[in-house]
Design a protein around this ligand. Structure first.
Ligand code: NAD
Length: 440
C-alpha cells in the first residue's frame, strides 16, 4: 500500500517505520527540514528502543522515504495519516492548527481519491472539521474527488513504541465509511495475525476513547500519589498498600506507582483538553479536575521533603539529580517532572548536577544554558560532593546503586527518592538517610 505519514515525530516516525517494515511503501513528510535532513542522512532524531535499525533497514530497502515536499506527499498515499502535534493552548484546549493545516494541504492538492486518517490525539468532532476543511478546499478548486476521513488514535508508549506498534493491545478505528474501514483493516492485518484486535466504532467514540484511556491512567497515578501522601501522615507504607491492592485482578498492577507526578507529552495535555471539551459542553469533569490538581501538587512533594529536612533556604547547596526524561527509555523532556524539581530547587538558591543516560542532550536543548544547572558524565560523578541525591526518573541503571560508594561521595548522606526505587532498610543500612514517597 502507498501510505503518506504527515508529521514525523514520535508517533509519525514510529508508525511510518512499522508500516514500512511490513512491506508498505511509506513516505513521511514533515515541515521541520532539519528533522528530514537528519532522517535522510540515516540519523534518528529521537530516542526510541529498536527504532534506528528499523528506520535504516526500511530506508535502505526503499520502502521508507522522507520529504518536506508537500506536493509529493499528497500525491503519494492512497491513505494519508495525520500524525502532527496537538499541543495545548493557554486555556487547555488542543491547538488544532497543525491538524487543520495538514488537512488543508491535502484538500488543496489531491487529484485522486484519499482516505485521510487522524492519528493525532484530537478532540471529539475533529474528523468532521477535517472533512469540512478538505471539502472547502475541493470546492474552492471546483473539483469533486471522493474522500473519507477516519479516526485511528494511537496508543503507543514512548520508550516501548516500536514494540507497542508491532504488537498492539488493540487498534481503534472510528469510521462510517466502508472503504475506509476496509483499508484500515488491510493496513493493520499484518499486526494481528494471532487474533483480531481491531475495534471498529463510530468516529466520535474513537476520538473520545483516546482521551478516556489517558485520563484513566492519569487518574490511577494521582490516586496513588494522594494515598502515598496520606500514608506518609499515617505511618503506613504505600508499597505494601500497592501490593495489597494490585493483586486484586479487578484493580491490576499497572499505573499504581506513586512518584513525583505524571508528565510527558500526552497525559498533562490530554487531561487538560478533555476537561476543556467537557467544560464547553457544560459537563465539567470533577474527577479530572482533582486528578490535575493532585498532580500539580505532587511535582512539589519531593522538594517539600527536601525543604523539611534542609530548610527553606538552599543557597550554597548542590543537589545530584538522577533522571531528566519524564520516564525511562525516552529522551522526551516535555512536561518532565524534573523540570519542576530543578526550578523549585533553583528558586531556593540551590545548584543542580544532573545525570540522565539518554536525555541530557535533549535537556540541554529544552532547558537552555542555566547557571544553576550542570551535567555529569555518570550517576556517581553527579553525586561527588553533593548535599543530597534526588532521584526523579526510574531508569534501570539507578535501581541498584552501590550505597556504600554513594555514602562516601555525598557531602551529606541524604537520598530523596521520587520513584520509590529502593528498600528503605537497605539504604539506611548503608548509613544514608532515605526519603521516599509514602514509604515508612
Ligand atoms: N508521543 C506519544 O507518546 C504519543 C502517543 C499517542 C498519541 N500521541 C499523539 O500523536 C500526535 C503527535 O505526537 P508526537 O509526540 O509524535 O508529536 P511530535 O511533536 O513529536 O511530532 C509532530 C511532528 O509534526 C510536524 N508537523 C507539524 N505540522 C505539520 C504539517 N502541517 N505537515 C507536516 N508535519 C507537520 C512537526 O514538525 C513534528 O515533527 C499528538 O496529537 C499526540 O498527542 C502521542
Amino acid at each position: 500500500m502507498k501510505i503518506t505519514m504527515i508529521g514525523t515525530g514520535y508517533v509519525g516516525l514510529v508508525t511510518g517505520t512499522c508500516l514500512a517494515e511490513v512491506g508498505n511503501d511509506v513516505l513521511c513528510v514533515d515541515v521541520d527540514a532539519d528533522k528530514i535532513a537528519k532522517l535522510d542522512a540515516g540519523e534518528v532524531p529521537i530516542h526510541e528502543p529498536g527504532l534506528e535499525p528499523m528506520v535504516r533497514r526500511n530506508a535502505a530497502a526503499g520502502r521508507l522515504r522522507f520529504t518536506t515536499d508537500i506536493d509529493a506527499a499528497v500525491a503519494h498515499g492512497a491513505i494519508e495519516f495525520i500524525a502532527v502535534g496537538t499541543p495545548p493552548h493557554e486555556d487547555g484546549s488542543a491547538d488544532m492548527q497543525y491538524v487543520l493545516q495538514a488537512a488543508r494541504n491535502i484538500g488543496r492538492r489531491m487529484s485522486a481519491t484519499k482516505i485521510i486518517v487522524n492519528k493525532s490525539t484530537v478532540p471529539v468532532g475533529t474528523a468532521e472539521r477535517v472533512k469540512a476543511v478538505v471539502a472547502e478546499e475541493l470546492a474552492r478548486r471546483n473539483v469533486q474527488i471522493p474522500f473519507a476521513v477516519a479516526s485511528n488514535p494511537e496508543f503507543l508508549k514512548e520508550g516501548a513504541a516500536v514494540d507497542d506498534f508491532m504488537r498492539p493491545d488493540r487498534v481503534v478505528v472510528g469510521a462510517d465509511d466502508e472503504r475506509a474501514i476496509a483499508a484500515l483493516r488491510n493496513v493493520y492485518a499484518p499486526f494481528m495475525r494471532s487474533h483480531e484486535r481491531l475495534l471498529v466504532m463510530d468516529v466520535r467514540s474513537a476520538e473520545l476513547t483516546k482521551y478516556a484511556a489517558n485520563a484513566m491512567l492519569a487518574t490511577r497515578i494521582s490516586f496513588m500519589n494522594e494515598l502515598a501522601n496520606l500514608a506518609d501522615e499515617l505511618g503506613a507504607d504505600i508499597e505494601h498498600v500497592r501490593q495489597g491492592i494490585g493483586s486484586d485482578p479487578r484493580i491490576g498492577w499497572h499505573f499504581l506507582y506513586p512518584g513525583v507526578g505524571y508528565g510527558g507529552s500526552c497525559f498533562p495535555k490530554d487531561v487538560k483538553a478533555l476537561r476543556h471539551t467537557a467544560d464547553e459542553h457544560g459537563r465539567p469533569l470533577k474527577l479530572l479536575a482533582a486528578v490535575e490538581a493532585v498532580n500539580e501538587g505532587q511535582k512539589q512533594v519531593l522538594v517539600e521533603k527536601i525543604v523539611a529536612r534542609l530548610g527553606e533556604d538552599l543557597s550554597g547547596r548542590r543537589f545530584a539529580l538522577w533522571g531528566l526524561a519524564f520516564k525511562p527509555n525516552t529522551d522526551d523532556m516535555r512536561e518532565a517532572p524534573s523540570r519542576t524539581v530543578i526550578d523549585a530547587l533553583a528558586a531556593r538558591g540551590a545548584r543542580i548536577t544532573a545525570y540522565d543516560p539518554i536525555a541530557m542532550d535533549e535537556a540541554r536543548r529544552a532547558l537552555g544554558p542555566r547557571d544553576h544547572l550542570s551535567y555529569a558524565t555518570s550517576p556517581m560523578a553527579a553525586c561527588e560532593g553533593a548535599d543530597a541525591l534526588v532521584v526523579v526518573t526510574e531508569w534501570k541503571e539507578f535501581r541498584s546503586p552501590d550505597f556504600d560508594t554513594l555514602k562516601r561521595v555525598l557531602k551529606e548522606p541524604l537520598v530523596f527518592d521520587g520513584r520509590n526505587l529502593y528498600e528503605p532498610e537497605m539504604v539506611r543500612a548503608a548509613g544514608l538517610e532515605y526519603f521516599a514517597i509514602g514509604r515508612r
